[in-house]
Design a protein around this ligand. Structure first.
Ligand code: S3P
Length: 426
């Protein structure tokens, strides 16, 4: 579906963003491993999380869904059964990588595929540690890409694995496999990535220890599911409103019930450093995760430089931050973002090619960094979303804050934020 958006004026009032994508996936996967019913509320009914629901159903788990409520009744930690068909992870790296970790130790065969984008994304980063644990996994392109088959496993053994990239998906896959391994499994992270899997596993009674950059999991006989999991709003979805309200003069918006787990709040730190006015109100714990209302008032921004350990804390928000930087005074330099090249699309290339159509000669990339020269001229442009949900939403706010934009395909927002455009035009 093509979408044309006009330039917008100040945003005012309150807005609610849908449930967190990462936590929604994990709520389905872990609830499937208990043996009592779990009600998940504020579940993100986006296409990615629905891929996880369909995969878990195919593995024998009873899942009923009504809007943003889901009722999951698992058959216990060792109660998954072989799927009759190939599992389709769609566009969802989280579905695929977490389920590879969960299914590597099972006594049955699993084959996965996914959409055009997911079939191009790197999977050796998960296959390698799982193979070290004793799993037998084969994939296309010398075990690098989908389709992938996991053969019925002998008992896996615990390992200590130093991850070359800070990836919550890889970390989670190893921890899930570790639940079934002989002996303990330790993952070393080069920098802290989102820790929703660790938090939720602990809430389900798994034994985990964190010491510095090492996370250790011990094998379990059983997980004890809570009766309810309440998913907070997704800060990655709030990011679009945080940026748009900051750069559109006359804005004063409160984004209600946003997850503010500190492994996810890099965007708040950077926007504040740039001069944004963001207040955290009503900070509370919801379903074992911190949540708050975020009030944002428009303000002038200045360019900043950042990289290193903060990157995993804002990796999905870089396209939105790049939009903010285009409205800032001075140059912004974002280092250590090579991982963006292996997201739903090559987001460094997409930012340079598509964002420069709206603000010519503003965006430049190297192998693993992004340079944004703020304050340059903005024009109406026709842009290609590359079927990437975060590119589509970032282009939408960019156009709205500039002279408008035409998007070739906006349907991809259904991956993480199905009602984005409905809220956009409200
Ligand atoms: C996610 C981890 C991140 C992130 C993705 C969701 C997760 O990916 O980009 O959108 O839910 O674990 P990586 O693990 O590849 O960094």
């Amino acid at each position: 579906m093509k979408k044309i958006l006009a330039a917008a004026h100040g945003l005012r009032g309150a807005i609610e963003v849908p449930g967190d994508k990462s936590i929604s996936h994990r709520s389905i996967i872990l609830s499937s491993l208990g043996d009592t019913p779990v009600e998940v509320t504020n579940f993100l009914a986006g296409a990615d999380c629905l891929s996880t629901v369909e995969c878990m159903r195919a593995l024998g788990v009873a899942i009923e869904r009504a809007g943003d409520k889901v009722l999951i009744t698992g058959n216990g930690l060792r109660g998954l059964r072989e799927s009759e068909n190939i599992l389709d992870a769609g566009n969802s790296g989280t579905t695929l990588r977490l389920l590879m970790g969960l299914l590597a130790p099972q006594k049955f065969l699993t084959t996965f595929t996914g959409d055009d984008s997911l079939r191009r994304r790197p999977m050796a980063r998960v296959i390698k540690p799982l193979a070290q644990m004793g799993a037998s996994i084969v994939g296309r392109n010398a075990n690098r890409n989908l389709p992938i088959t996991i053969l019925p496993a002998a008992n896996l053994r615990g390992i200590t694995y130093a991850m070359p990239v800070a990836s919550a998906q890889v970390k989670s896959a190893i921890l899930l496999a570790g639940l079934y391994a002989e002996g303990k499994t330790t993952v070393l992270e080069p920098a802290p990535s989102r820790d929703h899997t660790e938090k939720m596993l602990a809430a389900f009674g798994a034994r985990l220890e964190r010491s510095g950059n090492a996370i250790t999991i011990y094998p379990a006989d059983k997980l004890t599911a809570p009766a309810q999991i309440e998913v907070p709003g997704d800060i990655s979805s709030a990011a679009y409103w945080l940026v748009l309200a900051t750069i559109l003069g006359g804005s004063d918006v409160t984004i209600k019930n946003v997850g503010v787990n500190e492994t996810r709040t890099g965007i708040l730190d950077v926007l504040k450093l740039m001069g944004a006015k963001i207040e955290l109100l009503n900070v509370r714990t919801s379903g074992g995760e911190l949540a708050a209302d975020l009030r944002v008032v428009s303000s002038n921004l200045r360019g900043v430089e950042f990289g290193g350990a903060i990157i995993p804390r804002l990796i999905d928000e870089i396209p939105a931050l790049a939009v903010a930087a285009a409205f800032a005074e001075g140059t912004t330099v974002i280092r250590d973002v090579g991982e963006l090249r292996v997201k739903e699309t090559d987001r460094l290339a997409a930012i340079v090619d598509e964002f420069n159509k709206i603000s010519p000669a503003t965006f430049e990339a190297t192998d693993d960094s992004l340079i944004i020269r703020g304050g340059r001229e903005k024009i109406f442009a026709e842009c290609n979303t590359r079927a990437d949900h975060r590119m589509a939403m970032s282009l939408a706010i960019f156009g709205a804050a500039a002279e408008g934009v035409a998007l070739d395909d906006a349907d991809c927002v259904k991956i993480s934020y199905p009602n984005f455009f409905a809220q956009f035009t409200e």
